[in-house]
Design a protein around this ligand. Structure first.
Ligand code: SAM
Ligand code: SF4
Length: 367
């Protein structure tokens, strides 16, 4: 039995299900037994990783991610928590082993913990190997203990700078000290943290080596990310685009970096840093094509499934799901979507291409 089973069951007895406002009036028992066939795309890639954007809303407005006056979706368009659980669980039935909740800022979604708790049943059965999330850390101090209780073992926290003033300028409204409190609370709860930092020319490039030292010193891995051309923002991304090939070259003047064989099925490549003993990741969609080993798909908070972060093609799972109480049609729609998973993305950042390659923001598809 999973060590958390007793907690989970006790909570269910206490009424740990979804709050009434979030429930769809669908009796779960009527759903047909789903097909258990794994999800394999036309290029032979097994889809075992689902990212779920639980909201497009966020309490920050990071300059590379959104415009200051970002228009969010009307709340009525969002999937309910039960619907998010239903679609996510359908993917787990089909062999998805890792589930990452993201957004927008996942921890600002009302009652998110109810969803995390529900999804944790798949950890208990062993169907799911990992339930995790990507967060800006602003609400982490409040939720770290409960996340750990639900079986969340590691999370990604986005942090682009160690300087509080710079942090405020990049996020436009974030508070560095609050995020640090969140990081400490998560560590105290036994959750491992990986920091993600977007490398931004003229913004944080001068402190990346310090961030390597600091994060590794605190027992956290660090992954650097290149800006991706997703959605209109207030500035020209070309001005801030910093190729990680350049960053790696600079860091290797100071550190001994050794390639690690590790692959996550995602765009990250890892090195070990001899001087710190930590691990450093590079997410290089612009300088390195990572698509050949892609194992993931992304569900938006409105139930749209994107088979590739960098392409427009998508499948509407919300209307399919709502059209039937049985999961059969949902599974057929998932199969049809996976059969259309493209070979790769077509990201371009250059001065001749003024429009983003993909019109939707990262906060919609989920980073
Ligand atoms: N709000 C949460 C956070 O910031 O961690 C989760 C969602 S956020 C969209 C996920 C990740 O995407 C963050 O690490 C963020 O830095 C990154 N991101 C957002 N827009 C991006 C862009 N245009 N290019 C590269 N990374 C981006
Ligand atoms: Fe919000 Fe994350 Fe986008 Fe920053 S990167 S605005 S925290 S969704």
């Amino acid at each position: 039995m999973h060590p958390r089973s007793h907690i989970h069951k006790a909570r269910q007895r206490e009424g740990g299900g979804f709050p009434p406002g979030d429930m769809l009036d669908i009796p779960t028992v009527q759903r047909a037994a789903p097909s258990k066939a794994g999800l394999v795309d036309p290029f032979g890639r097994h889809v075992t990783y689902l990212r779920v954007s639980v909201t497009d809303r966020c309490d920050f407005r990071c300059v590379y991610c959104m415009a200051e006056d970002m228009q969010f979706l009307p709340k009525r368009d969002l999937l309910t928590l039960e619907e998010l659980d239903r679609i996510s669980s359908a993917f787990v039935d089909r062999g998805v082993k890792r589930l990452r909740l993201t957004g927008g800022e996942p921890l600002v979604r009302r009652n998110l913990m109810q969803l995390v708790r529900r999804l944790s049943r798949h950890l208990e059965t062993g169907a799911l190997q990992e339930l995790t999330l990507t967060t800006n850390g602003s609400q982490l101090a409040k939720f770290a203990g409960e996340l750990a209780d639900c079986g969340v073992r590691r999370i990604n926290v986005s942090l682009d700078t160690m300087d509080p003033d710079r942090f405020r300028r990049i996020t436009r409204r974030g508070d560095f000290a609050t995020v640090m409190d969140g990081v400490r609370a998560a560590q105290a709860a036994g959750i491992r943290i990986k920091l993600n930092a977007v490398a931004l020319k003229g913004v944080n490039e001068d402190e990346l080596s310090e961030m390597v030292r600091w994060s590794h010193g605190q027992g956290m891995d660090l992954t650097l990310i290149e800006t991706m051309p997703l959605g209109e923002i207030d500035e020209d991304r070309t001005d801030r685009y910093l190729p990680l090939s350049v960053v790696r070259e600079r860091l290797s003047q100071e550190f001994t970096l050794s390639d690690l064989p590790e692959r996550t099925g995602g765009p990250a490549r890892y090195v070990s840093v001899s001087e710190t003993g930590g691990k450093l990741g590079f997410i290089t969609p612009m300088t390195h094509n990572f698509c050949e080993g892609c194992n993931r798909v992304r569900l938006t908070c409105t139930g749209t499934l994107f088979m590739c972060l960098g392409q427009e093609d998508a499948a509407d799972l919300r209307s399919v799901m709502r059209s039937s109480e049985s999961d059969e049609t949902l599974h057929r729609a998932i199969d049809a979507a996976i059969a259309r998973k493209p070979k790769g993305h077509d990201f371009v950042i250059d001065r001749a291409t003024s429009r983003p390659s993909v019109s939707r923001h990262m906060s919609v598809t989920g980073g």
